[in-house]
Structure formats: structure tokens, C-alpha cells
Design a binder for this molecule. Structure first.
Ligand code: TYD
Ligand code: MG
Length: 461
């Protein structure tokens, strides 16, 4: 018997080492090295073998071609009925592409892909699950009121068996749920290990490229945010979509992290209902809670998610700290940035926030990284502190600097247009955004400001 060949892999980033290491030199994580058997026996057996391959599965060597001699036609894309998905993929599913959908367990990845599979009427879809039984998938399909379609399901974890089935079944789309449960006989280590996940991905990639069948793979993401085990996976595939959201709220965001066939600035928003995921075509309307009377501490800011402007509700609660050190807590907004804004308000605005508890919440369970929300956050904090409500028809879009100055933000026109579309009457923006901005076309009343105090004089007096 041949000697087993083993290597140590970092389960976090996929780094290889001949010997065990306590700390990964690549990602810095401790105690992540695991020994895996990498011996490959009989490499000709199994794996995807393209019908065009020569005898014994050996492919004829490729020859270099002049770039101008290569015929190129725009790849026909499969347009799904899901407009959000089409958008994040850059305009539909590309033939022969390998798409990885990553997300935390329970966020709704299987639901999303099953729903897509069911909506592709007239296409032969093969949904391979290594996690759930056929009955469980059927149960889920019953909940989604999707049209009947040519979707077939199969429970299988061996890639070799999958390829054997695929050869006869000839699906037009292949869905793998999930890559961490797949196992190739070419690698000895267990399912979910770095070498196994890497090998299986490579096999599906080869299959997709040679057969032209688009493959969707689900990948679980660990708490740290990396694809479980291997980040290695991300650079192997064509497109990486991440499905995120708070499990306790109903909104989910599908974001393009990498796309060889389109822009990475796209995102789709869904709402998880009892009957599956619903596309949210006008996100701002749901992100702003319905209220008739004005409440103190609530403001509406503008944020860009990818290329889409969204109006989002920021809520602040400022109250006297009764127990020792004042608390600062923020949900959906960077806590350090909140502290910075509070310091600016204290120093430049003269608001005595040092002895106050400050709670900040971005409604809808979204996470905002766009600094254009700063002004809305400051206004919400001051509004709660002074207990003076800001009219619900006022919106904010500007960054706040350390000197208390109100700074310009990107793509101001589309932000204003979104606010106007949603019926806001007044919008505070930075004076520095006014250059080249044609305000005549807008019905909304634009208030250019350069300092924080001008804002508070404008809305709080
Ligand atoms: P699931 O797709 O199994 O998550 P993942 O594959 O990412 O692990 O979805 C899990 C959650 O979605 C589960 O807690 C139940 C919820 N859900 C609904 O709310 N409505 C539905 O119609 C379905 C199918 C699931
Ligand atoms: Mg699942």
C-alpha cells in the first residue's frame, strides 16, 4: 500500500504547511491547522470528464490563439423571474459560470436557490442536496408557492456520483447545496475540510466550463465571516454572492462580492415571509417605518447600497446615565464612528453628552457603512437629547467631519432623486455638494449647510 501523503491546512484561510503550526502565518489565527490526507489515487477515475476529451479522459492540449482571431459573442444570459438576482449577477445567469452563494447557516440560502430553481420554468434544473432529504426539500417547496417547473432533486454527497447522474440527466442548471457536504473520492480527507472543499469546487468549475451548464454552489460562512474553512474558494469561482441579514429580522440582502461577468456594486433585497423570499423592489418604503406624528430621536438619512440610493431611518435614544459609566450602544452602525460623532457634538456643538446613555439603531436590520448617514445620526442624537422632534418630511445626506463641518458625499443627485420620489419635502446636504448641482429640476427643498449648528438651527428651533 502506498504511503499516505498528508499536509496540514489552516481551516480558516487554506494555507498549507508540511508540519503543524500553532499560529497561521497567513491569517494569524491560532490553532487552526488540521492534518489532511491529500494522496490522490487513480486520478483518471471519477471527476468530471468532458465528452470532448480524448481516450482515457486526457484532454487535447490547448494552443495559444491570437486575441483578434477569437470569435466572441455576447454570452446569452438566462433571465430569471427574480429581478434582484438578475441584477446582482450582472444581468442574468451566464452559461458555464460557477456562482458561490455564501451566508451564515439559517439565513435562507437553500430557500433562495430552491425558489430560483422552481421559478425557472421550462428549464431542466437539478438540485443536489447533501444536507436535506428529498422529503425535506419537498416540504420546503410546498411552502413556496412557486409555479410547477422541471426541477429535480437528489440527495447525494459524492461528486463522482453527481457527475455520473448529470451525464445522463443533462440538466440546464445545477445547484449544489452545500459545497461543505460534498466529497470527492480523489481526496481522502473528510467533507468540509479545506482540501476536500477545494477539490470539489475545482471539479464543479471544470464541469461548468466544459459543459456550459451554470452551477450554483452554497457555501456556509462561519461567524468570523470567512467562508467556512477556505477563503480559497472565493478566488476559484466566477461569482461570489453573499446572503446576509439578521436572522431575527425579515430582510435579507444579496450582495455581489466578486463577479467576473458584471459589477460588484450590486445588491438585491428580499423579505423572508412564511411563503419564502419576496423581492423588495422599493426598499426605502419598507425601511422607513410608518408614522404619522413626529417623534424625537428619529431622522431619515440617505445611504448608498451598491449603486442604489436608499432612505433609511436612524433612531437615537439619549437619556441620563443612571448607572456609572454612560452606555453607548449601536445597532447597524459602527460603534467607533458613533463615539466620534458624539465627541464632535460635545466639542463643536456644546451638547453635554458625556453623562448620557446613547443608543442608536438603524431600522430594518441593515448595516450602514456609508458616511453620508452621519448627519442623520447627529440630528437624531440631538433631537432625542433636546426632545424636539424633527418633521418626518426632512431628510439628511452628508458626512460629518471632526471639526463639525458638513462634508460632501458621492452621487448626491441620485440621493436627492430618491428622497424626492419618496415624498420628502426638505433635504439637508453639504454646501460643498452644491457645485455643479442643478437644483432647479428638483421639487424638494434643498438646504445646503456647511456646519452642524446651521442644521440644528434649521430644524430644532
Ligand atoms: P434555509 O434556506 O434553510 O437557510 P440556509 O440554507 O441558509 O441554512 O432557511 C432557513 C430559515 O428560513 C428557517 O429558519 C425558516 C425560514 N423560512 C421562512 O421563514 N419561510 C419560508 O418559506 C422558508 C422556506 C423558510
Ligand atoms: Mg440550507
Amino acid at each position: 500500500m502506498a504511503k499516505l501523503k498528508t499536509t496540514y491546512f489552516c481551516q480558516n484561510c487554506g494555507q498549507q504547511s508540511a508540519k503543524w503550526l500553532g499560529r497561521c502565518p497567513s491569517c494569524g489565527e491560532w490553532n487552526t491547522y488540521v492534518e489532511e490526507v491529500v494522496q490522490k489515487d487513480e486520478p483518471e477515475k471519477g471527476g468530471w470528464r468532458s465528452p470532448s476529451a480524448g481516450p482515457g479522459g486526457i484532454k487535447v492540449a490547448a494552443k495559444p490563439k491570437a486575441l483578434h482571431a477569437i470569435n466572441y459573442e455576447e454570452q446569452p444570459r438566462v433571465h430569471t423571474t427574480d429581478a434582484e438576482l438578475n441584477r446582482v449577477l450582472g444581468g442574468g445567469i451566464v452559461q458555464g459560470s460557477l456562482v458561490l452563494i455564501g451566508g451564515e447557516p439559517g439565513i435562507g440560502k437553500s430557500t433562495l436557490l430552491l425558489q430560483i430553481a422552481l421559478s425557472l420554468a421550462g428549464m431542466r434544473v437539478l438540485y443536489v442536496s447533501g444536507e436535506e432529504s428529498e422529503q425535506q426539500i419537498k416540504m420546503r417547496a410546498e411552502r413556496l408557492d412557486a409555479p410547477t417547473s422541471d426541477c429535480h432533486v437528489m440527495t447525494e454527497t459524492s461528486t463522482q456520483n453527481i457527475f455520473r447522474v448529470v451525464e445522463h440527466f443533462e440538466p440546464e442548471i445545477l445547484i449544489i447545496d452545500s459545497i461543505q457536504t460534498m466529497q470527492s473520492s480523489l481526496v481522502e480527507s473528510g467533507a468540509g475540510s479545506v482540501s476536500q472543499v477545494r477539490e470539489c469546487t475545482a471539479e464543479f468549475m471544470k464541469f461548468a466550463k466544459e459543459s456550459g451548464v451554470p452551477v450554483f454552489m452554497i457555501g456556509h460562512i462561519t461567524k468570523e465571516g470567512s467562508l467556512a474553512g477556505p477563503k480559497v474558494l472565493e478566488h476559484m469561482v466566477d461569482t461570489v454572492l453573499t446572503f446576509e441579514g439578521d436572522r431575527h429580522t425579515t430582510y435579507r440582502i444579496l450582495r455581489t462580492t466578486k463577479n467576473r461577468f458584471g459589477s460588484t456594486d450590486e445588491l438585491g433585497i428580499y423579505e423572508m415571509l412564511g411563503s419564502g423570499l419576496r423581492q423588495v423592489t422599493n426598499p426605502s418604503e419598507i425601511l422607513i417605518s410608518q408614522r404619522d406624528e413626529a417623534l424625537s430621536g428619529v431622522t431619515i438619512g440617505s445611504m448608498l447600497e451598491g449603486n442604489r440610493p436608499l432612505m433609511i431611518e436612524t433612531q437615537a435614544l439619549v437619556s441620563v446615565a443612571t448607572y456609572g459609566t454612560p452606555q453607548r450602544s449601536s445597532t447597524g452602525f459602527d460603534a467607533k464612528r458613533l463615539n466620534m460623532l458624539l465627541a464632535v457634538l460635545e466639542k463643536r456643538g456644546g451638547f453635554r453628552l458625556g453623562q448620557q446613555d446613547v443608543f442608536l439603531n438603524i431600522a430594518g436590520g441593515l448595516r450602514v457603512e456609508d458616511p453620508a448617514i452621519d448627519l442623520a445620526v447627529c440630528a437624531a442624537v440631538v433631537s432625542s437629547y433636546e426632545d424636539i422632534a424633527i418633521p418626518p418630511s426632512v431628510a439628511f445626506a452628508a458626512e460629518v467631519g471632526l471639526g463639525g463641518e458638513v462634508r460632501a458625499v458621492s452621487r448626491i443627485e441620485s440621493r436627492i432623486a430618491e428622497a424626492e420620489k419618496l415624498g420628502f419635502k426638505q433635504m439637508f446636504i453639504s454646501k460643498y455638494n452644491m457645485k455643479g448641482l442643478d437644483t432647479k429640476g428638483f421639487k424638494i427643498n434643498i438646504k445646503p449647510v456647511s456646519r452642524l449648528d446651521e442644521v440644528f438651527q434649521g430644524v430644532l428651533m
